[in-house]
Design a protein around this ligand. Sequence first.
Ligand code: PMP
Length: 386
Amino acid sequence: LFAGLKPQAPDPLLSLIALYKNDPRPQKIDLGVGVYRNDAGDTPVFAAIKGAERVLLETQPTKAYLGPEGDLGFLELMTPVVFGEGKGDGLIALQTPGGTGALRLAAELVNASTPGARIWMGTPSWPIHAPIFRTAGLAVETFGYFDVATQRVCFDEMMAALSAVGADDVVLLHGACHNPTGADLSIQQWREVAALLAARGAVPLVDLAYQGLGDGLDADAAGLRTVMDACDRVLVAYSCDKNFGLYRERTGALFVRARGEEEIVRSNILQLARCAWSMPPDHGAAAVRVILEDAALSAQWRTELDTMRERINQVRHALADADPRLEPLRDQRGLFSLLPLAPSQVEAMRRDHAIYMAGSGRINLAGLTTATVEPFVQALAACLQG
Ligand code: PMP
């Protein structure tokens, strides 16, 4: 039965976690794992989430299944956060197990309609994007998105590639805080991309996993909203796992605009979700709903998100101030930047300085603290010279 299976390499980031854990050096720094950390190096539960959990503990009437769409209040209250006040009418919305669940469901939906359809994505990208799409049956086409040496988006290359996109092709776009590069499109570039996709009849799939971690909730959704203004068909894979600090609670949503085809799309999404996870998990979405229903908890959540964002951007400034070679990081956004390091230099950072990062040279800036920026910059300078 299992003879046809091919061996699969373990996720290199998970191996990195184990290496870090077993490193006895007290000064070790973990820039690998993609979670937010405060200046003390912790990933605490948001106070707003704790508040919502207290409400749930007292008031939750049952653990009976949610409906197949998930928590309807969660979906309704998240819609203006994502699409803007008064926007988002007519969207199909479904709660998913994290942004990953939304991406997989979006890909399954596309494949159910057009088996083997093409999905275009820039490189580099989150390493799980391409396998998710391929596993769902899609054909992945790539174009260069980011030049590591210059630390810039290769916008001309991207537009040239996208001008070959066919009607009904899907194009993945990172909504904000690009993983792994931190390099986002400007709003003018979003307009150009949206106009091109609209003209060609292609369907954007916007992956918004870090809303609020870049420049603010509305600013980080501006690109998505530009696409919504231009295109009749849009897929949005949304994650609450970073901006509500819910990670393990697997909280996300798939939003679909399918003008004129709502009913057929809705029934297919429900059927696909039913066959994948039946009903989504409750807890994270319920906690988000309780926060968004309550003015005080909402204000507290927004303040906590502001604090996260400001800290990440302070680390960006501190790095850029400390070494001119890190100047491009100042204008990048979100948890990640991709340093121009060869694998041997990434290895030297780990071996000689106990600094752990993904093999690609991706760093999680929230892994640095006020105390560790300086030793990090010194170690990096040594590796770049060596
Ligand atoms: N998209 C991107 C770009 C991500 O970085 C991640 C998480 N690292 C996800 C989607 C998936 O998020 P979740 O944990 O909610 O599944």
